[in-house]
Design a binder for this molecule. Structure first.
Ligand SMILES: Cc1ncc(COP(=O)(O)O)c(C=O)c1O
Length: 410
């Protein structure tokens, strides 16, 4: 399998049939998500094969926090990257050994830091204030402490997810690192994360190179190069770099020498593994064009709806058995279930005629979708199923209306 591969359209009809036969999809199902676990295993093996064997691959939990998905990664030899203390707990629940768990995030409390030291995590401090707290707590203890730096080498295509431009809120300027390392000698590594999606190999390796030079010069022992390898969401998107090309570019430019490497990929491992189905509830005409109303909108695809210039997903209309509808495509809008006018996941998209009861397929929903689930209108989280071949297993049951009532209750 290729790096960052996507569940192919051709496999969907058989998978829908398997989901129907297994009773997880039926005429009354509103929506469900699916994650291809064999594909995830393959992506992880490609990542592991591209880097030295002692590299710690801490997969970013924020990309997909389902404990059963994290468990697959941990069993495959990966570590995890937590951006909050809650994500630390998710990682532990998935069986991640503390020495494979990286704790990032700019807003860690004293209590969370104390727990991280006691557990022996890899902790990347985001600020001088956090270093002072760590010192007061007796760092390093059993932990390994890194410093997140911003080499300021520029922003990627998407401002919101770029983190090494001058105005990024993360880390400390790279030039300050030598001074802080002198002050806080328990710092043993540097951490840089360039951005998520929209960052090419050049930008990723420029950030890593600048950081590696300082880490080597200061005699540190490890370098965390973060995540950020982009993926393709539509056939029009440029071919993304492979993990092999990324590793090669880092080897050529970043000269990490004796440093142990850490990575924190999320999107490129997960995005193409995920796909979602929604029942098409209604079809009406709007300004002479069809408007499909389905059960997934801004609640699942937050970025698509609120920043549609930067994010997109391929869609397809399937008949109730999962076969693609073949009629003449017409510009079609696709609206989600939420009560605001902007809840549209497509406008003027060429799609074949759809009928109520048909299925809307949304591709590449494996990363940054469920983890960004919005509570607007209090719709229940849909279930998620994993598949290996055509064997389906429940990864998360989703919510029932009573679960949502409990969520909002005292
Ligand atoms: C610190 C950090 N590491 C890793 C990642 C994962 O990035 P990606 O999912 O694009 O690989 C992110 C994403 O925002 C991040 O903030």
């Amino acid at each position: 399998m290729n790096w960052a591969s996507r569940v192919p359209m051709t496999e969907i009809p058989n998978l829908v049939r398997a989901a129907t036969a297994a009773g997880v999809w039926g005429p009354h199902t509103r929506a469900a998500l699916f994650h291809d676990l064999d594909r995830l295993d393959d992506h992880l093996s490609l990542l592991q094969g591209a880097f030295p064997a002692d590299t710690l691959h801490g997969v970013a939990i924020k990309a997909n926090p389902l404990v059963e998905v994290l468990r697959v990664l941990v069993e495959g030899g990966a570590g995890l990257e937590a951006a909050s203390f809650e994500e630390v707990q998710l990682a532990l629940a998935a069986g991640c050994p503390p020495d494979r768990l990286i704790f990032d995030g700019p807003a860690k409390t004293d209590a969370e830091l104390a727990e991280a030291l006691a557990l022996g995590l890899w902790v990347n401090a985001d600020s001088e204030g956090e270093l002072a707290r760590l010192a007061a707590l007796g760092a390093p203890g059993r932990a390994r402490i890194g410093l997140r730096v911003n080499p300021g080498v520029g922003a990627g295509r998407i401002g919101m997810t770029s983190t090494v431009g001058r105005s990024s809120k993360f880390g400390v300027p790279l030039v300050v690192a030598p001074y802080l390392i002198e002050q806080y000698p328990f710092i043993s590594g540097l951490h840089v994360h360039t951005g998520s999606q929209g960052c090419g190999l050049e930008l990723l390796s420029a950030a890593a190179r600048a950081t590696a030079e300082v880490a080597v010069e200061l005699g540190l022992s490890w370098l965390d190069v973060g995540g950020g390898l982009p993926v393709r969401y539509t056939d029009q998107d440029p071919e993304p770099p492979t993990v092999g090309q990324w590793a090669e570019a880092l080897r050529e430019t970043a000269a990490w020498g004796e440093l142990t490497l850490l990575t924190e990929l999320g999107r490129s491992l997960h995005a193409g593994c995920g796909w979602a189905l929604s029942r098409i509830e209604f079809v009406k005409e709007l300004n002479g064009e069809p408007l499909i109303t389905c059960h997934l909108g801004a609640d699942l695809l937050l970025r698509r709806v609120y920043a549609s210039q930067d994010w997109d997903h391929e869609l397809a209309v399937l008949d109730p058995q999962g076969n693609p509808r073949l009629g003449e495509p017409r510009p079609t809008s696709v609206g989600g279930p939420l009560c605001f006018a902007g809840d549209l996941i497509a406008r003027g998209r060429p799609l074949p005629p759809a009928r109520p009861g048909d299925l809307l397929l949304i591709r590449d929903v494996g990363a940054y979708t469920l983890s960004m689930w919005s509570r607007h209108c209090s719709r229940a989280l849909p279930p998620t199923y994993g598949h290996r071949g055509q064997n389906l297993t429940l990864l998360h049951p989703g919510e029932r209306p009573e679960d949502v009532v409990r969520f909002w209750s005292r």
